[in-house]
Design a binder for this molecule. Structure first.
Ligand code: ZN
Ligand code: ZN
Length: 138
């Protein structure tokens, strides 16, 4: 994949992605909802070394064990970094629309809005994330 550079909403922070995403999905968990202010969080998971802040000031807040990094000026969420897995979950809505291609939904058991599409809707997380492939029926 050719590297791509993303910007926060105000343009002060630049973030470079140097690899293809490992997975792209939507998370419906209560934590993502509360910290993002959305009904679900679009996430593009990359190997952590492939996600680099190349300009601008950022600030990182940690809720429970998950630090999330935002632009220090406009507050746009850039990425979260779950401890111990060597991955960064980039906010999918920062990617150009043709590059954000989610293939499943996770933590649908906690969802407040049923998103009806053709993707699998896992109750919790799929086996690739150490869960089961159980789905909800929407
Ligand atoms: Zn900004
Ligand atoms: Zn979540």
């Amino acid at each position: 994949m050719r590297p791509i550079t993303l910007n926060c909403r105000c343009g002060k922070v630049q973030m470079r992605l140097d690899a293809a995403p490992v997975a792209q999905f939507y998370c419906h968990c209560g934590d993502c909802r509360a910290v993002t202010g959305g009904a679900l969080a679009p996430i593009a998971l990359f190997p952590a070394p492939a996600v680099t802040i190349t300009g601008g000031d950022t600030f990182t807040w940690t809720y429970k064990t998950l630090p999330r990094t935002r632009c220090a000026t406009c507050g746009t969420l850039l990425f979260g970094e779950p401890p111990g897995i060597g991955m960064r979950g980039v906010s999918g809505f920062l990617l150009p629309t043709e590059r954000f291609e989610p293939t499943f939904h996770i933590r649908c058991r906690q969802a407040v809005v049923a998103v009806k599409d053709d993707l699998p809707h896992f109750k919790d997380v799929p086996t690739m994330f150490g869960g089961t492939d159980e789905t909800v029926d929407w």
